[in-house]
Design a protein around this ligand. Structure first.
Ligand SMILES: *Cc1c(COP(=O)(O)O)cnc(C)c1O
Length: 402
């Protein structure tokens, strides 16, 4: 049990707390599901990119899926070896591609014909052969929130199968490209197995048809997207997930690459905030807290649900309230119509499942310093990112003040 009251006294609010033991358990479960097969779990750094969190995964043997050169550097700094690092993303700059080639990471996930051309050109200039994988868009509906669906043609990600085939042939014929893998990632917070199976089948067929023309790929990269329970969702068991993927791969001797983000960190994280005021506008009840959308934007951005817990036993009947922050936006809320007991100034609220896409999506909007981050492991707590001060926020502007 984590002593949240103690952590709030020690570190203040708003505060992110990450339970590393939970992350370890999630990682082991997924790794175990692929036992007996060549597999690489490449943690999707964007879910929670705190250096100490990434370093924890490095120690567990994880690789890293990165979507910017900044994330690649974070992964390396945190101790993930270069041969376990992938670089994905729909819009890589030339300098990012060049740096990825210089750093000699495992492969670049290419997302368009135009990008393939740039990678080839840059590799040629550097006199290198770029290991690449192509992100295909299998046009499968992942049945998740439209903002986190990525595997339909209407989404900006990947290329259609026909284009992919053309790209593989052109890569195969290039001196400066080495096609080593195939990649898909159809969406996030997936709770249904069928779309995953369907996508994997389409991709496995592609691998076979490429093998028939002498293009042998080594990496079957199934992306991330495994959902977690925020409220009452039914989720996919890692074992069933692995079986669904493996079921499509008969006859294929490839390394399975998996890029979990949310699955590894979401339910390891807690966002702690303190009650400032209660207020009513007519009949509508509001609980104003010191955390806001700049700390945790998921409710505002996706209408996402986070379970809320009041620390300590509060007496009194619950009634629905919106939990809102101090930011000057009506969209600044952490929960809507949440049943809460009467609350007092200083009461602590815990928002659960805040370990993925929480802190990382934070900003300094309204000149608010970002929260501190704390890890807990084996009952011990430790600060892993200092709370931002006013000085931190203005540091890059001050000397340029007109
Ligand atoms: C975001 C992302 C992931 C991780 O998604 P989760 O839903 O957090 O597992 C994996 N791969 C790619 C390419 C991504 O963009």
């Amino acid at each position: 049990m984590i002593d949240f009251e103690y952590l709030v006294k020690k570190y203040g609010t708003p505060l992110y707390v990450y339970d590393l033991d939970h992350m370890t358990r999630q990682f082991s479960k997924l790794k175990e599901a692929f036992r007996g097969r060549k597999s690489l779990l490449a943690y999707a750094i964007k879910a929670n990119s705190n250096l100490s969190v990434v370093s924890h995964f490095a120690k567990l043997g994880s690789g890293a899926d990165c979507v910017s050169i900044g994330e690649v550097k974070r992964a390396l700094l945190a101790g993930i070896p270069k041969y376990k690092i992938l670089f994905s993303g729909v819009g890589k700059r030339d300098d990012e591609i060049a740096e990825a080639l210089k750093l000699d990471i495992l492969y670049i996930n290419v997302e368009s014909e135009a990008e393939l051309g740039r990678v080839e050109m840059i590799a040629k200039e550097m006199n290198k052969e770029a290991r690449i994988s192509i992100r295909v868009n299998p046009n499968v509906d992942p049945k998740t929130h439209p903002y986190i669906s990525t595997g339909l043609h209407e989404n900006k990600f990947g290329v259609d199968m026909e284009t992919a085939k053309r790209m593989y042939i052109s890569a195969k014929n290039s001196e400066h490209l080495d096609p080593v893998g195939i990649h898909f990632h159809i969406g996030s917070q997936l709770t249904e197995l069928n779309p995953i199976r369907e996508a994997a089948e389409i991709v496995a067929d592609m691998v076979r048809s490429l093998a028939a023309i002498d293009i042998e790929l080594k990496f079957f990269d199934v992306g991330g997207g495994l959902g977690i329970r925020y409220n009452d969702e039914t989720t996919i068991e890692p074992y069933d997930y692995a079986q669904a993927v493996l079921g499509t791969m008969t006859g294929l001797d490839m390394t399975i690459v998996c890029e979990p983000g949310r699955f590894l960190t979401a339910n390891a994280g807690y966002f702690l905030t303190k009650v400032l005021y209660e207020k009513k506008n007519g009949e509508k009840r509001f609980v104003v807290v010191d955390g806001a959308m700049n700390d945790l934007i998921r409710p505002s951005l996706y209408n996402a649900f986070h379970r809320v817990e009041v620390v300590g036993r509060k007496k009194g009947e619950t009634s629905p309230a919106d939990i809102v922050g101090p930011v000057c936006e009506s969209g600044d809320f952490l929960a809507k119509d949440y049943p809460l007991p009467p609350l007092d100034h200083g009461d602590i609220l815990i928002l659960h499942s805040a370990g993925a896409y929480g802190f990382g999506m934070g900003s300094n909007y309204n000149t608010r310093g970002r929260s501190a981050e704390v890890i807990v492991e084996n009952g011990k707590d430790r600060l892993v990112r200092k709370r931002e001060s006013f000085e931190d926020i203005i540091a890059l502007e001050r000397e340029y003040l007109i």
